[in-house]
Design a protein around this ligand. Structure first.
Ligand SMILES: Cc1ncc(COP(=O)(O)O)c(C=O)c1O
Length: 378
C-alpha cells in the first residue's frame, strides 16, 4: 500500500519508518520552503516585517478559522493546545470545592496542568472513566452523570492521544450546554483529520493544532472562544496589544516568532491540492493495515476506537512494560533497534502502542514493525 509521491513530499531519514505522526506531526518540504522564505523576509527588513505583521496574522487567522468552520471573530492563533488549556484555566474563576470534569483519556500535560490548578485554587478534578471501546451513548451518559451544581468546566478530547479514542464531541457539547456547564474541547488532532465544524460544535472553548494533521510548522494552533467568554480571557503573557483585547491580546507577545502561523496556509494549500478526502482515506487505511499486522504478530486484539481516526492502538501483553520507565525504554528501543518510530503510553494498566497513518507511510513500514516487535517483547 502506497500513496504515490507521499513519502517524497517529506524529508525523512531513509532508514526510518515513521509511524508517529500523531505526536509531533511532520512538515512537508514545500511547507518548510514557504516557512524558510518567511524567515528570510523577516531579516531582510525587520521593521518592514513588523509593520505588515498584524495584517498578515489576521489573514492567516481568517484562513485557518474558515478551514475549521469557525467564525474568524471567535478565533485567536496560539502556539499549541497546551497553551490554550493554560489560558482557559488562567482565566477561570473558581472557589475551593468547585469541580472540573474530564475523562481518563485526557492528555498527560492537560492532567498535569489540572493537578497544579487544583493545588493552587482548591478546585477538585473529577476524572470520568470511559472504556476503550465505549459507545457514543455510554460516553455522553457518563459525562452527563458526572456534572454537579459546582462543576465549573469540563475538558473533553475530540480524539484522545494515548488511546486514539474518538469522542462524540457535538453530542457532548449539546448535553453540557443544556446543563449550563462550560466545555473546553481539546481538539489537538482535529485540524486536517476531520472537518471540525467548530461553530456547529458550539463549545465555550475549542482548540486544535495545525502542526499535526494540518501539516503546518510546529507551534501553530487555533483557539475559538464563545462570545460570552472573550472579555474574561486574560493573556498569559501581557504585551503591547493588551488594550486591543481579543484576539490580539492573546496573539501578540513581544518579538515572538510568528512565521509558523504565516506558513500554515501553505500547508492547507498542499492538503487541498492533494485532496483532503484522499489524504484522509489513505491515512486511515494504512493505519488500520499497520494495526492489523502488528496485532497479528504479537497475538493482540484489533481494537476499534473511532471511525476516521488515522491512529490505532495495539495493547501489549501484560507485564511487558508495566511502568513509565519500562514504557519509555521500550519506545526508545523500538526506535533505535528497529528503526521504527511509534508512540507508547500507559493507559490505565495497559501499555498501548499507537501507530499513525499518513501519506508517507507504506505497508512495508508496518511489516517492519510486525517483524521486529515480537523479539523486543520476548
Ligand atoms: C489530545 C491532545 N491534547 C493536547 C496535546 C498537546 O498538544 P501540544 O503539545 O501541541 O500543546 C496533544 C498532543 O499530542 C494531544 O494529543
Amino acid at each position: 500500500m502506497i500513496f504515490p509521491g507521499g513519502r517524497e513530499l517529506f524529508g525523512f531519514d531513509p532508514a526510518v519508518s515513521y509511524l508517529n505522526h500523531g505526536s509531533f506531526g511532520a512538515v512537508p518540504l514545500p511547507v518548510r520552503e514557504a516557512h524558510r522564505a518567511l524567515l528570510d523576509e523577516v531579516d531582510a527588513n525587520p521593521m518592514a516585517w513588523a509593520r505588515r505583521l498584524p495584517d498578515r496574522v489576521a489573514a492567516a487567522r481568517e484562513r485557518l478559522a474558515r478551514f475549521l468552520g469557525a467564525d474568524p471573530a471567535a478565533c485567536a492563533l496560539i502556539a499549541n493546545a497546551t497553551t490554550a488549556t493554560a489560558l482557559v484555566l488562567h482565566s477561570l474563576r473558581v472557589r475551593p470545592g468547585d469541580e472540573i470534569v474530564t475523562t481518563d483519556h485526557a492528555y498527560n500535560a492537560v492532567m498535569t496542568a489540572l493537578e497544579r490548578f487544583a493545588g493552587r485554587t482548591g478546585a477538585v478534578v473529577r476524572v470520568v472513566p470511559i472504556g476503550l471501546t465505549a459507545g457514543d451513548d455510554e460516553i455522553v451518559e457518563a459525562l452527563a452523570a458526572a456534572v454537579r451544581p459546582r462543576t465549573r468546566l469540563a475538558i473533553v478530547d475530540h480524539v484522545a492521544s494515548a488511546s486514539a479514542k474518538l469522542f462524540p464531541i457535538e453530542r457532548i457539547s449539546a448535553v453540557l450546554r443544556a446543563a449550563g456547564i462550560p466545555l473546553l474541547v481539546d481538539a489537538a488532532h482535529t485540524p486536517g483529520m476531520f472537518d471540525a465544524e467548530v461553530d456547529r460544535v458550539g463549545a465555550d472553548f475549542w482548540v486544535g493544532n495545525f502542526h499535526k494533521w494540518g501539516l503546518a510548522p510546529r507551534a501553530t494552533a487555533l483557539m475559538a472562544v464563545a462570545p460570552q467568554w472573550r472579555e474574561s480571557i486574560e493573556p498569559l503573557v501581557v504585551s503591547h496589544s493588551d488594550p486591543l483585547g481579543w484576539p490580539q491580546s492573546i496573539e501578540h507577545q513581544g518579538t515572538r516568532d510568528l512565521t509558523a502561523w504565516l506558513a500554515a496556509p501553505a500547508a492547507l494549500d498542499l492538503l487541498e491540492s492533494l485532496g483532503l478526502d484522499r489524504v484522509r482515506a489513505y491515512s486511515v487505511q494504512i493505519a488500520a493495515y499497520t494495526q492489523r499486522v502488528v496485532a497479528e504478530a504479537i497475538g493482540a486484539p484489533v481494537i476499534e476506537t473511532g471511525a476516521g481516526v488515522p491512529m490505532r492502538v495495539i495493547p501489549l501483553p501484560a507485564g511487558v512494560a508495566p511502568d513509565q520507565t519500562a514504557v519509555d525504554r521500550l519506545r526508545a528501543r523500538i526506535g533505535e533497534e528497529l528503526g521504527v518510530e511509534i508512540n507508547l503510553n500507559l493507559w490505565r494498566d495497559t501499555a498501548l502502542l499507537r501507530v499513525s497513518g499518513q501519506i508517507y507511510v507504506r505497508s512495508e513500514d508496518g511489516d517492519r514493525l510486525a517483524a521486529g516487535l515480537p523479539r523486543l517483547l520476548g
